[in-house]
Structure formats: structure tokens, C-alpha cells
Design a protein around this ligand. Sequence first.
Ligand code: ARG
Length: 458
Amino acid sequence: MTLWGGRFDEAPDDVLWEFTADPIDRRLLEVDVTGSLAHVKMLGGVALLSADETARLVGGLETILDEAKTGSFEFVPTDEDVHTAVERRLGELVGEVAGKLHTGRSRNDQVCLDLRLYLSRAGRRRIEQLRSMAMVIVERAEAVGATVVASYTHQQQAQAVPLAHHLLAYAWMLLRDVDRFADALKRIDVSPLGAGASGGSALPLEPGAVADALGLPAIFDNSMDAVASRDFVAEYVFAATQAMVHLSRLAEEVVLWTTSEYGWAVYADRHTTGSSALPQKKNPDIAELVRGRAATVIGGLSAVMALQKGLPMTYNRDLQEDKRSVFHADDTLAGALEALGAMLTDAEFEPPPPDGFVTALDLAEAFVLRGVPFREAHAAVGRLVSEAVDQGRTLADLTAAELEASDTPAVAADVELLDPQTSITRRVTPGGGSMDSVREQLTELRERLTEDPGTDDA
Ligand code: ARG
């Protein structure tokens, strides 16, 4: 069935049907019916439907909502889209009065509302998942205590830092992802219903009443913008993509950490896979797939941007394609958070100590505290490094006597600074790689992760 046909002399060709109908919008079934229920009640409220008509339509839609929730709703091959399917089923349930459902509405504002309701719900679930994942990281950071590792720049060991500090970097990234979703939700939670096909309606509709009934705090300001714009979709896909990219960076590390070369972490057998050929292998496939799937989500973000760039006002059928990218991004992020979260929950960290050079800056800064210009301190420690390398030793191997006898402003007590464990207790930068900073971060993160996310409204 189509929702049109009056001006056509022939039925749609199979080729048209095959090409234009896309069952992917069936995922909008539940929100479509939810939107229609609010719409019908509003129509009743402004007397465009009688009380009896309203009651019959509401009854039919509630039955359909039940069918949607229990999975018993049956689509038929001739349903052009999800909106048509609902109206067809409503006709089967309540008869001719179903023809009044579409009063004051177009599929252009309807599909927009559906997508907004869908993303509004999905975004709240993703926020919860991101917060849980950040909490998993907080817990892992607490569990590793004062274990020291090297921070890396250019993939070379740089400074001694608490492993917890390294892990918590990801918790902060995920918290910003939460903020991005929460911010996107402000623009998603806007009702477009009443915009109609593009120019609004001559009927006495009350868009605000529909928005209220749906828990959406705002309505559209311009009916053309309402049906034409998909920046709310793009923002959602970006929030999901950035989160996937964060997870992908973490996943890359999860892979590295379990190599023989790094040896930082061991993952539970149940979260790793074996090799069909190599009996000794234990592979971090979950992490590899998170990394790989991030690529496909990035592709979807490009698609959503490109989809909008050449479209004249207002609704164009091109926009049907936004669903593929946004559902893919959302599903992929949901799956990645679940799987990588499980893998990390049970990860065991036992990193080897950093190399014997990671305290070079600590030593140079000790000279600076004694009034030596940094450039000079840097050169002096550089010479010590070079001598140690020539002797096949490291900075950490130097003795107090050797330090004091060196051509540097070193004193015997500086030898303590060469121990990475000392290094992480002496660092004073707020948010820096010290245990004090780690403790402050843990308090702040726990506070933010246990407070109400404030996204309950819709
Ligand atoms: N399937 C369409 C979409 O997803 C629904 C809106 C169709 N509107 C129309 N006038 N054909 O965008």
C-alpha cells in the first residue's frame, strides 16, 4: 500500500519499488507509533477528531505499539515504509477512521520526529554505557595502585608515570564523549511535528502539545528547516564517531599491552581468541575489531556530511539514507562499549618497570631548582645519558659518587631522583603524573560518574 495514488494512472513498477523502499526504517516502528499517539491525542484536543474517533485511533495505535514491543508486528512486502505500514495496520484494526491519522502531517515531519525520538532514547543509553565504561577504567586505575610505567611520546619512553594516570586519560576522554552526547541531545529533543510537508498547515494544530506529550522541551522555529535539516543526525554520528575513535585508540593499546614486547596486560581467556594454526596464540580480537569498526563509523560520518551538502530546500528523498549511517554508528558504539568494557574489567596489569632513562627530566628539573637555566640543565643531563649509553648502562645505573663527580650541577642526593618510583611522588603539576594527582582525579571522576547525568527529560 502507498499513502498516495490519486493522481497516478498506473501502479508503481517493481523496479521503482525495489529501488526506493528500504526496510531499514522498520527500526523506527515503536517511535513512529509513539509519535502518532501524541499526534492523534493533539488532533482530538483541537477537535479535528471527535472523542470517539480519537478513542478508536488511540486504541488501534496502542495495539500496534504492543505488537511493536513484543515483536509480533508483521510488515508486508507492499508497505512502502514504516509510516505506511502503521497506517495499513491501523486500517486493519479500526477501519476507515485510520484515514484520519495523517491529518495535518506529512511523512517529512514524521520521519524527522521518529528519528529524533529514536536518537533521544539511544543517546541516553549510550551516555549510560560510556559512563559505565569510564567507571570500569576508574576501577582498574584504583586496582593498579602506584604501579609505575613509562609515558610515551613518539612511541619512545618519556617520563615515569603511574599506570593509573595513563589509564585515567581514557576515562576523561569518555567523559567528554558523554558531554558531547548530552549536548547533541539538546538539539535532538526538538519536535518537528506540525511542519508538515514543508510549509506548515491551515489546520489548527498545536505542535507544542505534541512536544509536551512526547517529553520534548522544544518545537521547531521554521517549518522548512524542520523537515530539511539533518545536522542533529550529523551531531549524533559525530559524537558516536569520536567515542569510537577514543575506543579505537584504547583498543590499539589493549593490543599492544598484551604483546610479548610490551607485556603490560593479560586478558581473560574468555575475552580472547585462539589461532587455528598456531597453538600458542591468544589473540585480542575484540580490541582489533573495535579498531576496525571505528573505520566503518568514520565512513558513515563522511556519508552523513556529504548527504547534506548539495541539497536544496527542503525534504529530498536523499535524506532517507541518513538512517543507515546513524544506526550503524550507534549499534557499533553500543557493541564496542560492551565488549571492550568486559575485556578491560577482567584485565590484569603487570607491566615491567620503565627503562633507566625515564627520569632524565626529573634530574634536569632538580638542576633548574638550583638556579641552572633549563637549556644548560638539559645539555648536562644529555651528556650523562650519552656517557651511560656508551658504557652500555642507563641513567638509573649511575651511583651517587658518579653523579657528584660528573661535569654537571648534580649532588649526591640526586641519585634518588633516578628512581621512577621517587619521580612520581615528586611531581607537583595539578593533573600531572603523580600519585597525588591520580588520587584527585579518582575523586573527581567518581563524583562525576555517580552524580545524576541530568539527561532524564525525554
Ligand atoms: N522513507 C523516508 C525517509 O526515510 C520517509 C519520508 C518520505 N517522504 C516522502 N515524501 N517520500 O526519509
